[in-house]
Design a binder for this molecule. Structure first.
Ligand code: HEM
Ligand SMILES: [Ca+2]
Ligand SMILES: [Mn+2]
Length: 352
């Protein structure tokens, strides 16, 4: 049977529930004025914020420790940003919080919706589900609930389990690190990428985290040594200690390896895991499906996963006992990882 549709004010959109109309307008504002319709720095940071809000939830500690994807990190930012694990999320909050004055949406809905719109700009990303209707948080999440890269991997798994996520769920969520760069961990540097294609939602990150290196980048003042030697450090890449540990743990090594050169699997896994993350602390059956307000993502670039120039199969540190995928190596000398979407290698020259 056909679902009854309603027309939104202005007549540009029809949708299944009038409560969804505001999200079409919000998507337009986010795309035009926050993300520039691109897999931009602000888009990356909006995607990260979905996790840092949602993970403020504890089955063992109860609701007083946090109510999940509830906007608490935006409403009570003065408190939650005291957690060093939230270093760097201030940018996304400053960027997005003014939208609460402009659109009748809750902070929890804004954060999860912005993340879905943001990642749609990254070629190869799945179209994420978006359900609307999260009530506003009434109190901040407890400090200490957000995993840090220097945490022991078992501590990370335990924290994720306490929020409802399996080790495999975590691997699936970490597909996000394919469009990720650190602004806080490395001395005097911003936008240090976790893979060679930080503007593309591809599986390079799952390969590159496995490549043995002997160079690390110096940690920023006051930061723990949160990275391990990286084969592409000379090109400016880093790998988080946590990503490295998760890539090699017996519980997760095969889920990690399986993602390599498997765009469709990565998209499906990420979509399902994000659907779960986005409703942390909520009864999804009480929310309204407004997924049709999420833009259709840019298609994958269609390039197979490859060993970046200067690397190759000999550098693979393999922990999954299954055969490693056979991949080509990019020809030529090692190349610099672009700092801008247009391919420019100097962040100061990025068009904005
Ligand atoms: C064990 C769990 C995780 C740890 C320890 C971790 C740690 C980090 C760290 C340290 C950064 C760099 C921040 C900076 O210096 O600017 C980062 C970036 C990022 N993380 Fe995670 N992360 C985890 C899980 C996740 C999950 C589940 C998501 C899913 C949404 C996510 C999405 C991102 C994104 C998109 C960025 C890039 C932000 C940017 O480029 O500005 N992370 N993560
Ligand atoms: Ca990538
Ligand atoms: Mn950043």
């Amino acid at each position: 049977a056909a679902v009854k549709r309603v027309s939104c004010p202005g007549g540009k959109h029809t949708t299944t529930n009038e409560a969804c109309c505001v999200f079409f307008d919000l998507a337009e504002e986010l795309q035009n004025n926050k993300f520039d319709n691109e897999c931009s720095e602000d888009a990356h940071e909006a995607l990260r914020l979905t996790f840092h809000d949602a993970i403020g939830f504890s089955k063992s500690g109860g609701p007083s420790k946090g109510t999940g994807a509830d906007g608490s990190i935006m409403i009570f930012n003065d408190t939650e940003l005291q957690d060093p694990a939230n270093n760097g999320v201030d940018g996304a909050i400053d960027n997005l919080k003014p939208l609460l004055q402009q659109f009748k949406v809750t902070a929890g809905d804004l954060i999860q919706f912005a993340g879905a719109v943001a990642v749609s700009n990254c070629p190869g990303a799945p179209r994420l589900q978006f359900l609307a209707g999260r009530p506003n948080a009434t109190h901040p999440a407890a400090l200490g609930l957000v995993p840090k890269p220097e945490d022991n991997v078992n501590k990370i798994f335990a924290r994720m389990a306490d929020a409802g996520f399996s080790p495999t769920d975590l691997v699936n969520l970490l597909a996000s690190h394919t469009v990720a760069r650190s602004d806080t961990l490395i001395l005097n540097r911003e936008a240090v990428p976790f893979d060679s294609t930080p503007f593309t939602f591809d599986s390079q990150v799952f390969l590159e985290v496995l490549l043995k290196g002997n160079e690390t980048l110096p940690p920023a003042a006051g930061e723990a040594d949160a990275q391990v030697p990286n084969a592409l450090a000379a090109q400016g890449e880093m790998r988080l200690q946590s990503d490295f540990a998760i890539a090699h743990d017996t519980q997760t090594a095969c889920a990690w390896q399986e993602m390599i050169n498997n765009q469709q699997l990565m998209m499906n896994n990420f979509k399902n895991a994000m659907a779960k993350l986005a409703v942390t602390g909520h009864d999804a059956s009480k929310l309204i499906d407004c997924s049709d307000a999420v833009p259709i993502p840019k298609p994958p670039v269609g390039k197979a996963t490859t060993f970046p120039a200067g690397t190759g199969p000999k550098l693979v540190q393999q922990s999954c006992p299954k055969p490693f995928p056979v991949l080509k190596t990019d020809p030529g000398a090692p190349t610099t990882i672009p700092e801008c979407i247009n391919g420019d290698t100097n962040i100061d020259d990025c068009p904005s």
